[in-house]
Design a protein around this ligand. Sequence first.
Ligand code: C2E
Ligand code: MG
Ligand code: MG
Length: 415
Amino acid sequence: MLPPASSSVAVASLLVVDDNIVQRIQVVALCRELGIDMIYEAGSGAEALELLSLLVLPPDVAIVDLEMPGMDGIELIERLHERKLAIPLIVVSGREAVLIDTVETMARNLGIPVMAGIRKPLRRESLAAALEGWDRERAGPATAAADRAALPPIDPGELAAAIASGEIAVHYQPKVDMARGDVCGVEALARWTHPRLGPIGPDRFIQVAEEQGLIHALTMAVLRQAFGDAARWRAGGLHLSLAVNLSPRLLDDPSIVRELSQLLEEHGLDARRVVLEITENSLVDCMGVALGVLARLRLKGFRLSIDDYGTGFSSMQQLARIPFTELKIDRAFVHGAAQRTNLRVILQSALDMSRQLGLVTVAEGIETLPDWQLVRDSGCGIGQGFLVAKAMPVDELPRWIEAHEARLRELGTSE
Ligand code: C2E
Ligand code: MG
Ligand code: MG
């Protein structure tokens, strides 16, 4: 008879792949304690694949040991990918944490969800914590990517019409001072609500705008709204810095400097309160005209930020060559950094370098309290992420800020 489950998880079936029989029995016992009914076992990668080929329904989760004779855990993950079996995984190993991190990243890049990477011995608490995230993982990135691929392509004509008719709205995501917790600025993010297709994210339409020669019109539409909103906030006594994303394609034409300055003047704003975020990826071929444009924007007082830092190929030379004032660390190095050594090391070295260059540092994609604490304790100045708030429509922002400040006062973290 099974021992009674002292707490149970939503997972109904699970596969344990481990060549060590003693450890496998221990894991199976832990899973039973957690109330999982259907537990399959395999002593090697090959055995696991054979078993999976016989099952009508794949298990909800697989716990995979990395080191096994014959087909190891890494090869098993590759084979699962080949067979399009995106079973959520828990990767376990007695080896160093960085190695487990690497395999986790590899699996995710292959579209296989990873619920956790755990160093052996596997304990009840860490297994329970990993299994609790199962529902979320099931609906997670692999599904989202598949959903995106299934979406209809963007019609450039419709996008052009949407820009002209004001269908592109600007939402604002708060940026907070990590030490004090108060809101110091917002990032303007474009949002398109298509009359038939509903909301379409910028990840889908910015690239189309760039390729179809619509990015200038789109950016001006975003800037006009954002500068107008910032002017109204200022008039109402709300002083926020405003970050806007600037496509590198716009840096090829020197007239952008004049257009930006004119727009700023029309709204009576101060360039020093405006941060222009430029993605790091695009900086690789940032030469000649673009460098001149960036230098002149800086002369006018605009702040310049390297967006998504760490995902592109910026060399130290580029960092030194372009007059940036801010480094914005990509969420790939922030999300999960509290648990993963290699991310933490990269994050810390980016922060150290930024400090030495005298730049403001922003960490994006902070979703959990441990990541928030890590980023704060590592000396990052500004944070942004779903833990604080998602991007919101303009009319929600003042109310959100008020509530946020009230919360801070209650917690006694702000003067
Ligand atoms: P970005 O500039 O790096 O903006 C941050 C993105 O990360 C936003 O996605 C934001 O909603 C998302 N984000 C913020 N916090 C979190 C978090 O904690 N977790 C996760 N998973 N995501 C978080 P969004 O709004 O979908 O924008 C995607 C990208 O589209 C932006 O990335 C930016 O590169 C581009 N973009 C957006 N608006 C514009 C625009 O007006 N002009 C240009 N050129 N690009 C834009
Ligand atoms: Mg940005
Ligand atoms: Mg970014």
